[in-house]
Design a protein around this ligand. Sequence first.
Ligand SMILES: [Zn+2]
Length: 257
Amino acid sequence: MAHTEAARLLSVWEEALPRTDADRARILHRAARPQAGPGELPRVPVGEREADLYALRRALFGDRMQVLLECAPCGEAMEFDLDAGELAARPPRSREPLRVAADGWEIDFRLPAVADLEAAAAGAAAGAGAEGDPAGAARELLVASCVVTARRDGAEVPAERLPRMLPAAVAERIAAAAEEADPSAEISLDIACPECGERTTAELDIASYLWTELDAWARDVLLDVHLLATVYGWTEPDILALSPARRRYYLELCADV
Ligand SMILES: [Zn+2]
């Protein structure tokens, strides 16, 4: 990491620290794309935000991402590597609306954007959509919010009626088409256990992965500042202006005293 970045990153960490997971994802996204105009980031397709976050991760901590996963059947701890550079290079194929035609329905829809995802999660939490199934309700609301036009046997169906009317099979076709067009929106892991051979699936949430790393990094840096300030009497800006190699060297000298 370029040491000139350290002060800026500490500010990002400080802003995100007391916030919710959704806010942290928003703050990290702004750090990944500081040149974005007001209102631009919520309209970005979900997979594009994920690609931005992988690119930020790569810039800060490198390509190699270590992932830990517990085997669901036997509990074995599994560790493997992902390539942040590879994941950063898979933004959505296009922002143009997509079309699904099935079972008498013809639906034009756009890829879910960050704001759609947040609104669907909030709507499901508030009790809209399918009862007793928050994940299903969020999915229904998400599909409805991304529909541009919907026709059933040639007659237009208003968007607000879709959550109740749209058959599950058609909603699944829409979800599958969106996933194909925006492969980074959800990174699914499917890992075979070396102990029992069973497979475990999980989703990689890059926002929370990156937040965990940034949090650990920030606490390490503050500890370094504390130790060097105590020994040498330097200020925080002085210490943050040191390259990581020099900072480490001075810390080693402190330990020898
Ligand atoms: Zn296992």
